[in-house]
Design a protein around this ligand. Structure first.
Ligand code: NDP
Length: 254
């Protein structure tokens, strides 16, 4: 390629929720594009980080971090910056899902989902944005929203998840505008049904129903999201901010 603008060499990328699922796979692809990778997860992701370093010859690190705790997030952003020398990119991806009808949802159920999926995304983005501004740096953020922020999935009840993800998409636009003058771009991806640990344990008849309603007639894979994240985090998308990119095998199109 004459214009090597998907290249992430000399960039340090944080991936939240990178111990498994979408985060783990995309972390590998970011490393393949040249980025050094830092994983934040509730669990120790050292093994994942070491494997990525071995496979792609980049620097990696793993930090146990609860995205719902702003002090923990702040502490880990500082620690990651110290360890890696700098921070440039954020794939803000950690999230949880609860299949429970709204009528049965307890206050704790609701708060837990919104806390991880919306508050957690904000706390990490805020700490990362503060780091960039304090160090006079530009940077890029990709948040993981969901097609559930646009449509309502059936047959499962998941109002807490859907609402939190609609919040992520609009938070993305809000931060994109607030931080445009600071050279910080903020975009989101909104995956459709993707085969991961999150969806793999869902009852089979629901999974079968989902597949029957997706025009592609299959669920997506985390690998099929990686190109979009690289595009949005790289210099291939320098005029793009506030975008919510839906990647769903046409689910929301029909
Ligand atoms: P997984 O459950 O496979 O992975 C999520 C990761 O996030 C896990 O490692 C999990 O750790 C971690 N995590 C959860 N809570 C926290 C927290 N408080 N702090 C730090 N890390 C945390 O999910 P997916 O990979 O499928 O999903 C990744 C993102 O993509 C989520 O935001 C999800 O909502 C979104 N998404 C997924 C879709 C899908 O079909 N799979 C569709 C659309 C969006 P632990 O295992 O300990 O909980």
């Amino acid at each position: 390629m004459k214009h090597d603008f998907f290249n992430l060499k000399n960039k340090v990328a944080i991936v939240t929720g990178g111990n498994q699922g979408i985060g783990k796979v995309v972390a590998g692809y970011l490393a393949d594009a040249g980025a050094d990778v830092v994983i934040f997860d509730l669990n120790d992701a050292s093994e994942v980080a070491e494997k990525i370093a071995e496979e792609y010859g980049v620097r990696t690190a793993a930090f146990v971090c609860n995205v719902t705790d702003p002090e923990d997030v702040e502490k880990n952003i500082q620690a990651a910056a110290e360890k890696m020398g700098t921070l440039d990119l954020l794939f803000n991806n950690a999230g949880i899902c609860l299949h429970k009808d709204a009528l049965d949802c307890t206050p704790d159920d609701w708060l837990k989902v919104v806390n991880v999926n919306l508050n957690g995304i904000f706390f990490v983005a805020q700490a990362f944005g503060r780091y960039l501004v304090a160090h006079n740096k530009t940077g890029n953020i990709v948040n993981t929203a969901s097609m559930s922020g646009t449509i309502v999935n059936i047959p499962q009840g998941q109002a807490s998840y859907n609402s939190s993800k609609a919040g992520v998409a609009h938070l993305t636009k809000s931060l994109a505008v607030e931080w445009a003058s600071k050279g910080i771009r903020v975009n989101s991806i909104s995956p459709g049904y993707i085969k991961t640990e999150m969806t793999g344990t869902v009852r089979q008849d629901w999974q079968d129903y989902w597949v029957s309603t997706i025009p592609f007639r299959r669920m997506g894979t985390p690998e099929e999201l990686a190109g979009a994240v690289i595009y949005l985090l790289s210099d291939a998308s320098t005029y793009t901010s506030g975008l919510d990119m839906i990647i769903d095998g046409c689910f929301t199109v029909v």
